[in-house]
Design a protein around this ligand. Structure first.
Ligand SMILES: Nc1ncnc2c1ncn2[C@@H]1O[C@H](COP(=O)(O)OP(=O)(O)OP(=O)(O)O)[C@@H](O)[C@H]1O
Length: 262
């Protein structure tokens, strides 16, 4: 592949342990502008930990991490203004209305209140939420909250977008809009780091798929490359093969038989 020379994200021998147990066991990774990285792996593989380290939300790691040329260890770093983040479980200020919330988040990212309010309103109108701008977020459905979160992560036009299970709760039409907008953002040079368990979506949107297992990268390539290497047809099958999992039927049968014991 003809990559530009400067990676936006560069990780060397990243290790992280919690209570003497290594969760990340030597991650090496370079990410380039315009890539949509599908970051996948079994529960507990260390995906969120990697992302939180890059965002400067988790410290105490060994190895080198650089995002837009800066290290999260350097403290209050400029790169944080150039990244957006949609967390898997968000603490939203849901006593606020969407208009108030987006204005607040926009201001945190350095926009004026007027610009944040106007941009947030116009973006939410695009996602069909114009009629609930002044309703408290606490009353929103899960999908509506998710649209507000996605919008808030993009208000400041970030260069890198980190998304953790961003489509949860969204209806089929909204999923199509978000998938398209991620593709357009990437085509415009934005970099997207996308973590999800929905393999069909990861397979379709990612320009590069990284599979983490046991705190290590066990596969890294385009979907086509992973397919050729593993001789499997779908990303779900590749995932099962590379993580050595073929017991779904046995586990399901065992589970049901326990359920039916009474
Ligand atoms: N603050 C913490 N303290 C102790 N252990 C932690 C902490 N954060 C994460 N872990 C552990 O690190 C491991 C990796 O967690 P992480 O959340 O990164 O996994 P993940 O790949 O994102 O999983 P999932 O797919 O379930 O979201 C898990 O065993 C988790 O229990």
């Amino acid at each position: 592949m003809n990559e530009p020379r400067q990676p936006l994200i560069s990780i060397r021998d990243l290790r992280m342990k919690f209570e003497d147990k290594y969760v990340l066991n030597g991650i090496d990774l370079e990410v380039y502008p315009g890539q949509i990285i599908g970051y996948i792996g079994p529960n507990g593989a260390g995906k969120s930990t990697t992302v939180k380290i890059m965002l400067g939300l988790v410290d105490g790691y060994d190895g080198e991490v650089r995002v837009l040329g800066q290290s999260p260890k350097d403290g209050d770093v400029e790169y944080k203004r150039k990244i957006g983040y949609v967390p898997e479980i968000a603490e939203m200020y849901d006593t606020l209305t969407a208009r108030e919330y987006l204005t607040f988040i926009g201001e945190l990212y350095g926009l004026t209140a007027e610009d944040a309010e106007r941009k947030g309103r116009r973006l939410l109108e695009q996602l069909g939420l114009g009629h609930v701008l002044d309703t408290r977020i606490a009353t929103y459905s899960k999908g509506m909250k998710q649209k507000v979160l996605i919008t808030s992560s993009l208000l400041h036009n970030p260069d890198i977008l980190f998304l953790d299970e961003p489509l949860s709760g969204l209806d089929a039409n909204s999923v199509m809009v978000i998938k398209e907008l991620l593709a357009i953002l990437a085509a415009n040079g934005k970099t997207i780091f996308y973590s999800s368990h929905i393999m069909e979506v990861v397979e379709k949107i990612s320009s590069r798929i990284i599979l983490l297992d046991g705190g290590r990268i066990v596969a890294d390539g385009t979907f086509e490359e992973l397919k050729d290497r593993s001789q499997e047809g779908s990303l779900e099958q590749i995932f099962n093969q590379l993580t050595g999992f073929n017991e779904h039927r046995a586990i399901a049968e065992q589970f049901v038989s326990i359920v039916q014991e009474v």
